[in-house]
Design a protein around this ligand. Structure first.
Ligand SMILES: C[S@@+](CC[C@H](N)C(=O)[O-])C[C@H]1O[C@@H](n2cnc3c(N)ncnc32)[C@H](O)[C@@H]1O
Length: 273
């Protein structure tokens, strides 16, 4: 008997060009993914040093800002709209003995509390998705950078594998501006405010693979958490609220989608000539 699925079934269950052992040997080996520390290494390669002033936009609790100041000896300003995170950041700065070198203040990328041309490097990690008027935010970064200054951007974009319903859930739940999920829109906007795109480096799943391979297993844990949260929804929602339940699911999906290619983290170096 023949039916339209015969060919596909032969492909699915018939012999492959490689034995299972050969196939697994090829696909289960590490492709030497880069770790997340490559971002600070990139800043090092741009020549940052003690004579420079760094702006961290969307610094949250300043964990990265503090690590950068400790590594490079530069001065720094961190800004973020969430006052409780800024307060945590300020305590951490004091605990690290860095009050003379850096501070964090409540602030928005759309209205940066810094003078024109007063900053040597802008560090912009994982925050542009939230900026309603990207051109205003990027123009502010351009304004505060000195001529010759550089902006290091880490930003996650959606790929053609992201389905509309998946995108809608993640964007609505996490406060993400849909148009900012396009790398083409980001590049046009950066260039329109005066930046030159000196470098574009798609990270794809590298950091995620690294965390699986080094035993941190961040993405596997997120996958397991999604499964358990879905099965345990009735117990969790009264404890967490529906809003926070969905935020936690979306946050885990963010990691899983990076791993499977629906989201593509990308690093850019932008230059103010
Ligand atoms: C995903 S977190 C990233 C935090 C940190 N940069 C990091 O990489 O760990 C995004 C941060 O951007 C901040 N943020 C959102 N909108 C912002 C805006 N308009 N201006 C400055 N920061 C903003 C949020 O409050 C949050 O702390």
């Amino acid at each position: 008997m023949s039916n339209p699925t015969n060919v596909a079934l032969t492909a699915v269950y018939g012999a492959m060009e490689l034995s299972d052992e050969e196939f697994f040997a090829l696909t289960d080996r590490s492709l030497a993914p880069r770790p997340s520390g490559m971002l600070a290494d990139k800043l090092a390669s741009l020549g940052i040093g003690p004579q420079h002033h760094l702006l961290d936009v969307g610094c949250r609790d300043a964990a990265h800002t503090i690590a950068l100041v400790q590594r490079f000896g530069c001065t720094a300003l961190g800004i973020d709209p969430v006052a409780e995170r800024i307060a945590e950041g300020q305590s951490a700065i004091t605990a690290a003995g860095l009050d003379e070198q850096m501070e964090t203040v409540v602030g928005w990328i759309e209205n940066i509390p810094a003078a024109d041309a007063s900053v040597d490097f802008v560090w912009c990690r994982d925050m542009l998705n939230h900026v309603a008027e990207l051109s205003i935010g990027l123009a502010e970064c351009y304004r505060v950078l000195r001529p010759g200054g550089r902006m290091l951007v880490y930003q996650t974009f959606s790929t053609e594998l992201m389905e509309p319903k998946e995108a809608a859930f993640i964007y609505n739940t996490m406060g993400i501006v849909p148009q900012n999920q396009s790398d083409a829109f980001f590049e046009e906007t950066a260039q329109s405010v005066g930046f030159v795109i000196a470098e574009k480096d798609p990270i794809t799943s590298e950091w995620r693979e690294f965390w699986e391979e080094d035993g941190t297993r961040k993405t596997s844990e997120q996958l397991l958490r999604i499964a358990r949260m879905r099965r345990n929804r009735d117990e969790l929602i009264p404890l967490l609220s529906e809003t926070h339940y969905n935020i936690e699911i979306a946050d885990c999906l963010w990691g899983v989608y990076q791993m499977v290619g629906k989201l593509c983290p990308t690093v850019y170096v932008l230059e103010k000539e």
